[in-house]
Design a binder for this molecule. Structure first.
Ligand code: GRF
Length: 204
């Protein structure tokens, strides 16, 4: 089984969904480490409650971004981490980190990329009047919300739906699709051809 680390900054419902699936045996990975750039992240408490080593690494303690990232890398190397899963991690990773973990960092975005990039994707799609939006899981590259797409799922927007109803439905989709994508990547059932990620079914 592959070793993964989850990076968080906030509430951690995606992290919780992974923890629950691992407990049920439907996500087969070793979740070895949770790292947060925010001391107040509720996700840290979720991890600790599940018995997963979880740490706040304060970026302000490092003079340069590179030093911060070298420190993160050393923590990941100690645990022999294969893949990094960003789950509401609000920090942009720099070249040092991206080079080291090329095509081994996953992110989830609550819209159908390349539409509605940025930190307020659900709100932006709703306000735009989009009839469909959704969820994207992608590899992370040097541009924001840009790397090769691993999986996407469409969520239609009801004409009379409120923003918070839509938000709830999108999060529910996130909690399923993220584990599915993580499993495929960790089982090495993918290849990357240019921007295209080709997924393979499980051989039984
Ligand atoms: C999710 O909507 C995810 O798509 C985005 O940040 C949010 C994190 O939510 N990248 P949570 O902390 O997992 O509840």
């Amino acid at each position: 089984m592959k070793n993964i680390a989850v990076f968080v900054s906030g509430y951690g419902t995606n992290l919780q969904a992974m923890i629950n699936r691992i407990a049920k045996g439907t996500l087969r990975v070793n979740l070895k480490l949770v790292l947060s750039d925010k001391s107040s992240a509720f996700a840290l408490r979720r991890a600790k409650k599940a018995g997963i080593p979880a740490f706040f690494v304060d970026p302000k303690k490092f003079t340069h971004k590179n030093d911060y990232e070298h420190h993160l890398i050393s923590l990941l190397e100690d645990e022999k981490i294969d893949f990094i899963v960003l789950a509401g991690f609000m920090r942009i990773l720099g070249p040092v980190f991206l080079k080291k973990y090329k095509n081994r960092i996953l992110n989830i975005h609550p819209a159908l990329l390349p539409a509605f990039k940025g930190a307020h994707a659900i709100h932006d799609a709703y306000e735009y009047g989009a009839k469909v939006t959704g969820v994207t899981v992608h590899f992370v590259d040097e541009k924001i919300d840009n790397g090769p797409i691993i999986m996407q799922e469409v969520v239609s927007v009801g004409d009379h739906e409120t923003m918070s109803q839509l938000e709830k439905r999108i999060h529910k989709v996130e909690h399923g699709i993220y584990s599915e994508a993580i499993q495929k990547v960790c089982d090495n059932r993918f290849s990357i051809r240019g921007r295209r990620v080709v997924l393979r079914a499980k051989i039984r």
